[in-house]
Design a binder for this molecule. Structure first.
Ligand SMILES: [Zn+2]
Length: 265
């Protein structure tokens, strides 16, 4: 049972914003619908590894890093995940796209969101303090990523946005890292006030778009992958409320198999 819907006001349009956003698909992961959503659907599905690209005058910021060269080479991630079920086409990895990345905002530290960091030496990685602790306490596959040449930056909230503790990433109110825990202890979402409207990246609080409507992860899958069920349900309901109430808000889920299509303004 979901808690009562949140009373949230929608993020305002910001037509003068200097920020542009795009969603890119770095690759796919083999899965079966029966492990993705609890509506009886079955059959193979290629889950995307999505990355948000925020073009800000202060530099290019990514939301998550998907996987990269080590996965393509079959070297990472190891057991119990198989690199063979992860597919990254030539030219599709982050380091092959001339993005000139300044920083990466992590929605969370699962392997399929952090592997590509190993291809971005020297980059700043922003995350919540609880996710920083989680990465150092047994997050799957995190070891090689933590040993890579990266500038880790756990950040405390310095504001409240959409009813959530939030960090103003660029200091101008255009990009916010919001605390939405539950999938992992320090899971975050990213709100961007872009020229074409507001965007919300919810990471794996919702794997697929149907999780924002009427399905959820099957209970056993949720028990395996979500660190705190109560917090996860609260964060999912928050995302659902925004999706339902704000037709101009571009809500980007973690792995929907279809390319992201922004709603018309
Ligand atoms: Zn995840």
């Amino acid at each position: 049972m979901f808690p009562a819907p949140h009373d949230l006001s929608c993020p305002a349009a910001s037509p003068g914003s200097p920020v542009q956003v795009e969603v890119i698909e770095v690759g796919t992961m083999d899965a079966d619908w029966k492990f993705v959503q609890n509506d009886g659907k079955e059959g193979p599905v290629a889950m995307t590894m999505r990355v948000g690209v925020i073009h800000h005058p202060g530099g290019t910021i990514l939301v998550d890093a998907a996987q990269g060269q080590a996965t393509r080479d079959g070297k990472w991630p190891g057991f119990p995940v198989s690199a063979k079920s992860q597919h990254i086409p030539e030219g599709s990895a982050l380091h092959e796209r001339n993005l000139n990345v300044q920083k990466v905002l992590l929605t969370h530290g699962h392997y399929d969101h952090i592997g590509g960091l190993m291809d971005l030496p020297g980059v700043e990685v922003w995350l919540t303090p609880n996710e920083w602790i989680y990465l150092h306490s047994g997050a799957l596959g995190a070891g090689p990523v933590l040993r890579a040449d990266l500038k880790w930056k756990p950040v405390l909230p310095n504001g409240q946005v959409l009813d959530r503790p939030a960090t103003d990433v660029m200091g101008d109110g255009t990009v916010w890292l919001l605390s939405t825990p539950g999938h992992t202890p320090g899971s975050a979402s990213v709100l961007v006030r872009a020229a074409d409207g507001p965007w919300l990246f919810v990471g794996d609080t919702a794997w697929v778009d149907s999780h924002l409507l009427d399905t959820q992860r099957p209970w056993l899958v949720s028990a395996l992958f979500d660190s705190n069920h109560k917090q996860y349900i609260e964060s999912l309901e928050w995302a659902r409320s925004l999706k339902a109430a704000c037709p101009n808000l571009r809500v980007v889920t973690g792995h929907d198999p279809t390319p992201f299509v922004p709603p018309a303004n």
